[in-house]
Every structure is written in C-alpha cells, then in structure tokens.
Design a protein around this ligand. Structure first.
Ligand SMILES: [Fe+2]
Length: 193
C-alpha cells in the first residue's frame, strides 16, 4: 500500500505514515552517534516501555527526533531551514495528532539538555562527545531565568525523562524492537486525542 500524502493525513493514516518514514529513512546516520536515527528512536521507546511509562510518554520517546524528517510532512519545511531546529519542526508536524505532553517532549528535548546541564552536575559528565559538541551550538547550559521559565512547564517530568532516555538510547550493540511493536501504542495515543 503506498504511503498517504502529507496533505491527506488524518487520525487513520498518521501512524502508517510515520511507519513508512521509519522504513524508508530509518537507516540514516544520527549526527555522529554510533546508531541510526530510527534505531536511536526505537531504543528510546524501548527504554520508556521497560520503565513502565504510559502510552503518551512511550510515544514521545519514540517520536522525539521526528523533526529530522519534517520535509516528509511538508515540502516547504526544508526550504524554510526548519531542520536546523528539528525539535520545533518535529513538534509542529505531530501536534495535529498527538496530545500536548507528547509535543512538549518533542519540542523541548534539546532545551531539556540545556536545563539538565544547568541543574544537575552529574548529567553533563554522562553526555556523549557528539552531544557535548551540539550543546555549544544549542546555546550551552540555561541561565537562571531560563531554568525558572522551563521548570514551570506542567510536563517537565516527562520532558526530562524523555531527554534522559535520549542520552542513553545510542547502544550500537543493542537491537530494539521494530516500529511495528510500538505502532499500537501510537494508535492508542492518537485515538485518545
Ligand atoms: Fe535523540
């Protein structure tokens, strides 16, 4: 079955559409990390599942880097240069279909790193080399005002938890379950909106 076009996406077609992206684009490199983007996202979802997270949080872990593929959703996205802020682009393309806790985890997973670097001395020591390098480009640790504003987000615990899985889900020797394993979780979350 051919994938639906981005314009025709609805609650019935969004999960097959994302499945198709994972299938076609999943082998792409993950910015200096030892795993592919799809393997990374699947490992994050598995970590969420193993931790007993609820469906929305598992969906957030699975989709947090969907912004690397936003031009699949919108032909103009790449031209607008939104891929340089993949977290915001990712949140924009899924917010029609997923609840705010999912889109906030996607939108703020980079800021969460900046927040944790400012508030948790042990956190920085655990970052990969690629993640330390990108931190600089992302603005470095948050200042006090930024920390205060970020801490006011009602979804802060889920946002920080997804970030921690984001940092761990990069094991080249581990095979996570395939996308199909998580598709029913995404379907339930989409239906709950
Ligand atoms: Fe990630």
């Amino acid at each position: 079955m051919p994938a639906p076009s981005p314009d025709s996406l609805n609650a019935d077609t969004i999960v097959p559409f994302i499945a198709d992206i994972f299938a076609r684009r999943g082998a792409e490199e993950y910015l200096g990390e030892p795993v592919t983007i799809s393997e990374h996202m699947l490992q994050c979802a598995e970590l969420a599942e193993q931790a007993g997270a609820d469906d929305a949080t598992i969906a957030a872990a699975l989709l947090h880097d969907i912004g690397h593929f936003t031009h699949e959703f919108d032909a103009d996205a790449a031209e607008q240069g939104v891929d340089s802020h993949h977290e915001h682009a990712g949140a924009r393309v899924i917010e029609r279909f997923f609840p705010p806790i999912v889109t906030d985890c996607v939108r703020y997973h980079v800021d969460a790193k900046r927040f944790l670097c400012a508030t948790d001395p042990e956190y920085f020591a655990k970052l990969s080399d690629a993640s330390v390098l990108s931190l600089k480009l992302q603005g470095g640790p948050m200042n006090d005002d930024e920390v205060r504003a970020f801490a006011a987000n009602p979804h802060l615990p889920a946002i920080l938890q997804v970030r921690i899985w984001d940092d761990i889900g990069k094991d080249p020797d581990h095979a996570a379950p395939p996308f199909a394993h998580f598709a029913p979780v995404l379907e339930r979350v989409v239906r709950s909106v």
